[in-house]
Each structure stands twice: as C-alpha cells, then as structure tokens.
Design a binder for this molecule. Structure first.
Ligand code: ATP
Length: 250
C-alpha cells in the first residue's frame, strides 16, 4: 500500500491557554479530497496554517511525501510539494491572468548561476505556467487583466497560481466562498479535475459542495476532531448532527 502524501500526527497548537488545534491526526492521499468542516472557531484555519508551515505546532509531527517537515518554513514546505491557496487573495490585480501565473511559476525557479541554467529555469517556469493555466480552465482569460476578472475567475486564478508551483498536495481554504451557483459549479468541476493528480484538503462552508466532493470528511469542534470518515459515516454520526450539520444533510 502506498503511503499518505501528507500526514499530521497528534498535532496541537496552543495560543496561551487555548488549544486552537488539539491532538489532530489526519492523512491526505493522492486522488482523494479530504474535507475539513466545523463551525466558526473550530480550528480549521489554524490546522491549515500548521500544515503549510505558516504556524509551528506546539506538539505533534507533520510528514510530507515521506519527509518530516515539522517546523519548516512555508517556503521550504512549498518547495517540498505543498501548495496552498489563501482566503485572502494574493493576486496582483493590475497584471494579466498569465502574468500572475507566470510569476507564481517563477517563484519555484532556483536562483541558478549562469545564463544557460537561467534559460532552462525560464523555460521550465513557462511550461509550469502553461499547464496551470490550462488545468484551471483559464486559457480564454490569458490576456485579461486580473482586476477585471469576475470573483469566480479570480478564485480560479488563485488555484492556477498554486498549481504553477507544481504541488503534490493542495490545501484549499474556502475556494467557493462568495460564489454564485454557476461559479460554484465550475469550481466543483475544477476541484474534481485536480483530484486526479493531487492529494487535497478542502476547508469549505458550502455543505452541498462538501458532500459532492469529499471522499473523506473530518469534523472539528473546539480544536478537536469529533468525527472522521466517509460522508455517509459522518452524516450518520449523532455527535456531528447535534454539533454542526443540523437536519438538512441527515
Ligand atoms: N493568532 C491567534 N492568536 C490567538 N488565538 C487565535 C489565533 N488564531 C486563531 N485563534 C483562535 O483559535 C480558535 C480557532 O480559530 P480558527 O481561525 O482556526 O477557526 P476556524 O475553524 O478556521 O474558523 P472560521 O471558520 O471562522 O475561519 C479560535 O478560538 C480563534 O479565536
């Protein structure tokens, strides 16, 4: 059996007396979407920050593609194969869609000495950017100024910029936030396309999308995992029903 691409083992993060993430264990596998859900303040963003290296855990270990990465900087974790989209946009609005993706791809180019190696790096960055543009379905928007793109297209662009760094693991923080029905449907299709070559963790409040997309669900409340399993298993869990889902998905 192949191993998980990303594993968090008994990860805890305290802020003073508060355990925002408390003893959380979770595995992300290629070709699977793992949704993390829970009410506001449950610890989902803190967990994402721990996995991406934006925060260091107070306890526990994180392994990425077979290497322990606990305490590594976000840049080093990104180079090791983790891509993360942020709730707050990282897009340069005056630049075109292509320029934004190209810049993200270039951030992965080593600062090689010598013009030949630099030229190789530039060609590789162009290829990564082309692939990301196509995967995200933004070819027709290539020359559009990012600031003039719709909200849904800007979210697609954020994902394309993440893809341009060639990640194996994707952490997506509310990719459907603020979207209308048609935009949300396009994003769901995109995420299903991306699942094929990536391990994906999805933090999302849109329960229809979560139950459409997720192969595995982890439910957090007050920093702790209260349930973890397939969507039918989680749907049937009495604790989850009372803590979070209410009646509509039962
Ligand atoms: N830097 C920080 N310092 C102190 N407390 C924090 C910090 N970041 C988060 N917290 C607290 O940790 C808890 C978990 O917050 P977190 O943002 O991870 O929850 P969340 O599930 O992502 O919520 P939401 O769905 O609203 O984004 C909350 O009580 C929050 O106030």
């Amino acid at each position: 059996m192949t191993e998980a691409l990303l594993s968090a083992h008994k990860v805890t993060r305290r802020f003073g007396g508060l355990a925002a993430v408390n003893d959380v264990t979770l595995d992300l596998w290629r070709d699977r979407i793992h949704a993390v859900i829970g009410p506001n303040g449950a610890g989902k963003s803190t967990l994402t920050n721990l996995l991406s290296g934006d925060l260091a855990p107070s306890a526990g270990t994180i392994t990425l593609a077979g290497r322990e990465v606990t305490g590594w900087s976000p840049e080093r974790i990104s180079r090791a194969g983790l891509g993360r989209s942020y709730q707050k946009t990282n897009i340069f609005l005056p630049f075109t869609v292509w320029e934004n993706i190209r810049l993200a791809a270039q951030s992965r180019t080593p600062h090689a000495a010598g013009w030949l190696r630099r030229a190789d790096g530039i060609a590789a960055a162009n290829e990564r950017a082309e692939r990301a543009l196509e995967l995200a379905g933004l070819q027709a928007r290539r020359h559009h100024v990012a600031g003039a793109a719709s909200h849904g297209e800007q979210r697609q662009l954020e994902i394309a910029m993440t893809l341009a760094t060639d990640p194996q693991v994707l952490l997506l923080d509310e990719p459907l936030a603020g979207m209308g029905t048609a935009e949300a449907e396009r994003m769901v299709e995109l995420l299903l396309r991306l699942k094929k070559d990536h391990a994906m963790m999805l933090v999302e409040h849109d329960m229809d999308a979560v139950f459409t997309l997720a192969d595995h669900l982890t439910v957090m409340v007050n920093g702790q995992v209260i349930a973890s399993g397939t969507p039918p298993q989680v749907r049937a869990d009495a604790n989850v029903q009372s803590a979070y889902l209410g009646e509509e998905h039962v």
